[in-house]
Design a protein around this ligand. Structure first.
Ligand code: HSE
Length: 426
C-alpha cells in the first residue's frame, strides 16, 4: 500500500481552507500524477468553537501547537498564519525538529531568511516558499531554477493586488484614493486594516525576496526604500494619463555591477509598457536577463485557490524530493555579497507645481533644475486657479534622486509650490 504523507496545518483560514479544498478535490489527479497521498493529521486554529466552511474530521483541529510540532508522524508542516510572530518561531522549531515547511509567509523570508535556512540545512528539512511572492505566479522557482543561466539586471513587479486594484479604479473612474479604498474594503477586496498593503510594506517584503534570488545575494528588507499610495491624488493620475503614462505601485530592483537599488513607490510607466495593462488585483513581474532578455509573468497574487496552487505545488516538490535544495547565494562569479545599497538611483520624475503666473517663474524653476543637473523633457502649463495661480507639470529626463530632492527644496515657494512628485520609469 502507498505511504500516506501526514501533514500539519499551522492556521486554517482562507489560504489553509483553499489548500484543504485543493488537496481533497484534486487528490485523485495528484495521486495519478505523482503517486503521492496526503492526510491532514492536525490543523492548529485559535478558536476550536468557531463555525467553519470545512467539515474537519474529529480530532484534526487543535489549539495546541505541540500537537503538530511534537507529532513524529507529521513530516511536513504547512504554515498559513503569516506575519512575524509566532509564525517564525514555529517555522524554525518545525525545521529544527526535521519537519519540512511549506509557507506563504513573506515576512518570515524578508526578515528571518538566514536563520530559517540555517535551521533547515542543519536538520536536512526542506523549506519551500513559492506562495510568499505573487501567489500563483511561479516566480520563486523560476528565479531559483529556470533562470539560473542569466545575469538579471532588473526586476519590476506589480506585487500587491490591493494597491493595483485601487490604482486601477482611480485611473478608470478619476476617483480619489479614500473613496476607492472605502469601496474596496466594503467589497472585501482590501483588508479592514489595509496599512501594510497601501503603505507599500507588503510589496517591500516581496521585493527583498525577489531581489535576493535575482541577484544571488541577500538584499535585506531594511535596504528597500518604501513609499505607498496613500497620498496619490486623482489629479496626478489624470495629468499622467494626458502625457501617456499609467500609475502603478512598482517594486523595482536593479543591479549595476555590485550596486543594487531596491525601491517600492508609485511609478508612472508608459501606457505601452507591458506592465501598464496589468490591472485590477492581478500581479506581474517583468524582468531582464542577459540571455533570456525581457520577460513578463502575470497572474493572481492572492486568493484561496491561487495561493493554494503555489502551496500544493511546493508540497508535491517537497514530498518527492530525495534531498532538499536551498538557495546558495554564491553562484555569482563576482564576490557579490554584500552588495552596496545604492540609495542615489537615477530615475525620471513627474512634478506638479502651482505657480504664480508672472514673468521669471518658469525661468526660476528651469534654472533651479539645471543647477542640480535635472533636465526637463516635457512641460505643460494648465488652467488658472481662482487665485490666479497655474498648474505646471514637468516630466524630467533621468536625474539622481538626491539632486532632484535638493532642486525641489530650492524652488522659491513665493514663485511655485511643489504639489506632487512621482517617479517615472520607461
Ligand atoms: N495583501 C496582498 C495583496 C496579498 O494585496 O496582494 C498577500 O500577499
Amino acid at each position: 500500500m502507498d505511504k500516506i504523507i501526514k501533514l500539519g496545518f499551522l492556521g486554517c483560514g482562507n489560504v489553509g481552507g483553499g489548500v484543504w479544498k485543493l488537496l481533497s478535490g484534486f487528490a485523485k489527479d495528484i495521486d495519478h500524477r505523482t503517486g503521492l497521498k496526503f492526510e491532514v493529521k492536525r490543523a492548529l486554529v485559535r478558536d476550536l468553537t468557531k463555525k467553519r466552511d470545512i467539515d474537519f474530521p474529529a480530532g484534526v483541529l487543535t489549539d495546541n501547537v505541540e500537537d503538530l510540532l511534537g507529532d513524529p508522524e507529521i513530516s511536513i508542516v504547512l504554515e498559513f498564519l503569516g506575519g512575524e510572530k509566532p509564525a517564525c518561531d514555529w517555522i524554525k522549531e518545525a525545521l529544527r525538529r526535521g519537519k519540512t515547511v511549506v509557507t506563504a509567509n513573506k515576512v518570515a523570508f524578508a526578515l528571518h531568511w538566514p536563520e530559517l535556512q540555517k535551521a533547515a540545512e542543519e536538520s536536512g528539512a526542506g523549506l519551500y516558499y513559492e506562495a510568499a511572492v505573487c501567489g500563483a505566479i511561479p516566480i520563486i522557482h523560476t528565479l531559483e531554477a529556470s533562470l539560473q543561466s542569466n545575469a538579471i539586471s532588473y526586476i519590476y513587479g506589480i506585487v500587491n493586488g490591493t494597491t493595483n486594484y485601487i490604482l486601477t479604479r482611480m485611473s478608470r473612474e478619476g476617483a480619489e484614493y479614500s473613496a476607492v479604498l472605502a469601496d474596496a474594503q466594503r467589497l472585501g477586496l482590501a483588508e479592514p486594516d489595509p496599512s501594510s498593503d497601501v503603505e507599500g510594506l507588503d510589496a517591500a517584503y516581496k521585493l527583498s525576496i525577489l531581489a535576493s534570488l535575482a541577484f544571488h545575494g541577500r538584499v535585506p528588507f531594511e535596504h528597500v526604500y518604501v513609499e505607498g499610495i496613500t497620498s496619490i491624488q486623482a489629479e496626478d493620475i489624470l495629468c499622467g494619463q494626458e502625457l501617456g503614462y499609467t500609475l502603478k505601485l512598482l517594486a523595482i530592483a536593479k543591479r549595476d555591477g555590485l550596486k543594487v537599488e531596491t525601491r517600492v513607490h508609485p511609478t508612472f510607466i508608459p501606457d505601452k509598457h507591458p506592465l501598464a495593462s496589468v490591472s485590477d488585483a492581478f500581479n506581474a513581474v517583468f524582468l531582464k536577463g542577459h540571455a533570456c532578455d525581457e520577460m513578463m509573468f502575470m497572474g493572481r497574487g492572492a486568493g484561496d485557490l491561487p495561493t493554494a496552487s503555489a502551496i500544493v505545488s511546493d508540497l508535491l516538490r517537497a514530498a518527492a524530493a530525495e534531498k532538499h535544495a536551498y538557495p546558495t547565494f554564491n553562484n555569482d562569479p563576482h564576490p557579490a555579497i554584500p552588495y552596496e545599497n545604492n540609495t542615489d538611483w537615477q530615475t525620471a520624475f513627474y512634478v506638479r507645481m502651482l505657480a504664480v503666473d508672472k514673468p521669471g517663474v518658469l525661468s526660476h524653476v528651469a534654472q533651479t533644475f539645471a543647477c542640480f543637473g535635472v533636465s526637463i523633457a516635457v512641460m505643460q502649463q494648465k488652467g488658472a486657479m481662482s487665485d490666479g495661480r497655474v498648474t505646471l507639470v514637468f516630466i524630467t529626463h533621468k536625474a539622481n534622486e538626491k539632486a532632484m530632492r535638493q532642486a525641489l527644496a530650492t524652488i522659491d515657494p513665493s514663485f511655485a509650490t511643489v504639489e506632487s512628485v512621482l517617479r517615472v520609469e520607461e
